[in-house]
Design a protein around this ligand. Sequence first.
Ligand SMILES: [Zn+2]
Length: 372
Amino acid sequence: MRHALHVLAAALLCACQSWRPVESFDGWTLYAHEDVQADPKPWGDAYEPAHEVVESLFGPFERGVRVHVLQEDAPTPLGDSAVQMVPGIGAARVRAWHTRGDGLFTPPSGVYAGTPDAGTAAHELVHARLAEIDPHLPLWFEEGLACVVGDGILHQGKWIVDGYSCWPVHELRNERLDDDELRKLLRVRAERDTDARDNVLVHFIGWAIVFDLFRMEGGLRYHEWRARYKDGIELREARERLNRSISPDIEAAWLQRLQHADPRVRLAASKGVWKLQSRDALEALVDRLELEQDPEVKASLAVNALSAAGETRSGRDLARRMWRQVSPALRTLELSDPAETKALRDLYRSFRWNADISTRQALEGLKRFWSE
Ligand SMILES: [Zn+2]
């Protein structure tokens, strides 16, 4: 499974291509190239809830937002290919970006995205809103806010924010940034270009610092934090917050949310947990699977447990317990979206010896549960 990368782009795309409006929504408009067929329905399903959440946290947009549908394999701000090899981190797919360009020779400002995904939408719309109210923030702060708000799950037309993002946790644990590198990354400003590796790392450290604030101060307090951090953050404070966010204690505390009374919280907490590559996380998923009654939450737990087992050395007992829960879940769960129900059955079939479908193909239809 590839990781999704969102970059904040300076205006690098050619402005000469023409965009036509596909459909207007409340507060934003969908655009595509003349020769591209874009179905507005899935874009509306992803961007409407994201737009609502971003306005509730950062205030209403002053202007309509443009959302541009990218063609597959369109050049990205980090290079010609959508998949970038990031040194020390691996393959990352540049999934979307936001650009502020408003000049005559720059592409229109707005969001550029290849697929309609609600998490990507929430992330990019944070950039779009911050471009209106605060275009000169430290990049870690802006990316951190976007990453926290962009982590969650779509549930019955609402974007449920979770905030604990498993990819940066895993990578920052392995990365062990020294003080010089951390200091350098903290100094990057939103308006400056960065290379792929720095860009990814700024997302990670930004997430870790803002997630710590989000957790410690019980919510997203943009205006207070902006007053504190608009000119930067002390290295010591950044290090302290970062270390806390990637610590095993916080992992354990956040996995407790799998037991939360509200199924939406459990659902959002389970999504992406496989990325931690941690045995504790796999065990927490299996423990919850044994109790879970909500079909949607159960599906998410099963998909993440299965993926986690592929990434983690779990031992035979845990693997057996996992499969005892996952197998019937894939075979029998009925979800409200028939396409997801079918993907569960396909996933089950993909494990049979004469499978006519690959596990990877089947997982595509269950992206809502595993892809951060
Ligand atoms: Zn971003």
